[in-house]
Design a protein around this ligand. Structure first.
Ligand code: HEM
Length: 184
């Protein structure tokens, strides 16, 4: 069930219509992305801190919140640079971010609203800084791709773990899920 990150990126790119124009737009605003990334990180971690559950995760180990701010700034900026033109490095990095969140136990209920918050806040900032509607949309699309990576990592890792522990086939596993869903 494991995914190949670059192939997954290509699928998502088509699915959300993340176009060549979006990429050039983001790259044309690299300086702006870099400038606002620390503010976005600050906002993001205030947001996480206001939620009891997420705040506990955030402060579970020494230095975690600080590391997180640094890595978030980098993450945000990479959406503008595209790293290697949104190629295999970009996809591998996004897959890895997903795996980190699964390891820590951060599920869809945390990540989806968090990404919505990033999109909303970046949109507000774009408006305040007189940026175009198009750059907002391009940013929203790449955020959706990054979100899909984190969410998919959750599913892939859970499924892999069950298959490994039980020795079940993928077919059996899928049938059990379908049966379970029918019974709910
Ligand atoms: C918009 C969604 C999110 C993005 C883009 C994001 C981004 C990142 C990035 C880039 C990393 C570093 C990964 C690495 O070390 O390679 C990270 C780690 C982490 N994130 Fe998130 N994150 C998101 C949502 C959340 C949420 C909802 C929480 C809940 C508390 C969270 C908590 C953490 C923690 C605890 C780490 C590990 C920090 C460490 O010990 O180094 N993240 N995140």
């Amino acid at each position: 069930m494991a995914i190949e990150p670059q192939a997954f990126f290509s699928t998502l790119e088509k699915r959300v219509s993340f176009t060549a124009e979006d990429k050039s737009l983001l790259q044309s605003e690299i300086d702006w992305g870099k400038e606002i990334a620390p503010d976005m990180a600050e906002f993001f971690y205030d947001y996480l801190g206001r939620d009891q559950e997420m705040s506990t995760i955030l402060n579970a180990t020494e230095g975690r919140a600080h590391r997180l701010k640094e890595t978030f700034i980098k993450w945000f900026y990479e959406m503008f640079t595209g790293m290697d033109d949104w190629g295999s490095d970009y996809a591998d990095r996004r897959w890895n971010i997903g795996l980190v969140h699964v390891r820590i136990g951060i599920g869809p209920q945390h990540v989806v609203p968090a990404m919505a918050t990033v999109i909303r806040e970046a949109g507000k900032r774009a408006k305040a800084d007189g940026k175009s509607e198009e750059i907002k949309e391009a940013l929203g699309r790449i955020c959706m791709i990054d979100l899909a990576f984190i969410e998919q990592a959750y599913v892939e890792v859970s499924s892999e773990a069950v298959l490994r522990e039980t020795g079940w086939t993928e077919g059996l596993f899928r049938r059990l899920i379908a049966t379970g869903a029918n019974a709910m």
